[in-house]
Design a protein around this ligand. Structure first.
Ligand SMILES: Nc1nc2c(ncn2[C@@H]2O[C@H](COP(=O)(O)OP(=O)(O)O)[C@@H](O)[C@H]2O)c(=O)[nH]1
Ligand SMILES: [Mg+2]
Length: 300
């Protein structure tokens, strides 16, 4: 067919490939989530329903895009790490970013009722996204370490702040003033002396965020090995996680994971952490003991 006079406009579309051989990270972040959390009555400082819903949405994304080898979530953000040898969407940054982001947002809405039940969604939430490339394993680990350190700093502060406001009747300004200039050790001490709370006993999901990785799990019943996405609440900064899961950076075949036999699910009431089943039957559970949990999602 002869070229139409409009064809030339395609030349305005610029290529945007991600550099070869780099880890690709897509990070999504809730837009105006402080307001969203207030409007929907999120528990302060951590709402397990909200955190688990984020993890459910992230699991949907990982189920769809198998080249995502790890995701890390906290608060209103999730980072998705895409294998450095991926050819997904020909490595086009905008395609990767928009597909991950839109599937995340639609999954968040799709699964809302499974986590929030009768609390209706008041308006459509939105998420921004960015793509960042990391050329070395160290860069990638440092990126994830940075996000995890952020969880620690924010959660320690927020736990102290909301403790003062909700349990001691401080105004927001008074709590801010009380915490101004304090070190981590001061906040730990404050939590212990004022509220009898040992920060290290707070649920790992709150303190460390959620790591999603892929494993092979034996399915109860038919005993078949199936591909699963599992949540872990564990340290990413040290070497242990990377030593125990060498397939991630090594881009090797999935490892077999043996599920803990006991039911570790806990509720918001029990420890401000509730990995209840959602309406689809999937779980994204937290544990206080093993820092890992039952299956979040299964695909054969
Ligand atoms: N109450 C509550 N708020 C949360 C929770 N997770 C995230 N948020 C809110 O979401 C915000 C996320 O931070 P940021 O992205 O910087 O703020 P944004 O620009 O308003 O989206 C936090 O400051 C909280 O206000 C939660 O579990 N409970
Ligand atoms: Mg945000």
């Amino acid at each position: 067919m002869a070229k139409s006079k409009y064809e030339y406009v395609k030349n305005f579309e610029l290529p945007d490939p991600c550099l070869p051989n780099c880890w690709i990270v897509v990070r999504i972040d809730g837009r105006g989530f402080s307001r969203f959390a207030d409007v929907h009555g999120y528990v302060k400082p951590n709402d397990v329903r909200g955190l688990n819903l984020m993890t459910r949405a992230a699991t949907c994304v990982m189920d769809e895009f198998r080249d995502i080898c790890l995701a890390f979530g906290q608060s209103d953000e999730y980072s998705f790490v895409i294998r450095k040898d991926t050819n997904l969407f020909n490595r086009r940054a905008s395609k990767l970013m928009t597909n991950v982001n839109s599937l995340f947002a639609s999954s968040f809405v799709f699964h809302w009722v499974g986590f929030f039940g009768p609390i209706r969604l008041q308006y459509p939430p939105a998420f921004d996204a960015r793509v960042v490339m990391y050329p070395t394993d160290k860069n990638l680990r440092d990126y994830l370490g940075w996000r995890q350190a952020d969880v620690h700093v924010n959660n320690l502060y927020n736990t102290a702040f909301w403790g003062l406001v909700l349990k001691k009747g401080f105004s927001n300004a008074q709590a801010e003033e009380r915490l101004r200039g304090t070190l981590a050790s001061d906040k730990n001490e404050l939590l212990f002396s004022e509220f009898g709370l040992n920060y290290n006993n707070e649920p790992p999901m709150f303190r460390k965020g959620t790591v999603l990785i892929r494993k092979l799990c034996k399915t109860p019943g038919d005993g078949k090995l199936r591909h699963v996405v599992l949540p872990f609440y564990t340290d990413l900064i040290g070497d242990v996680f990377w030593r125990e899961n060498p397939e991630i950076l090594g881009m090797k075949s999935l490892q077999i994971y043996h599920r803990p036999t006991e039911d570790n699910s806990i509720s918001q009431e029990q420890c401000k952490s509730s990995p209840k089943q959602d309406s689809t039957g999937s779980t994204a559970s937290a544990t206080t003991t093993n820092e890992h949990s039952p299956v979040a999602s299964e695909k054969s």
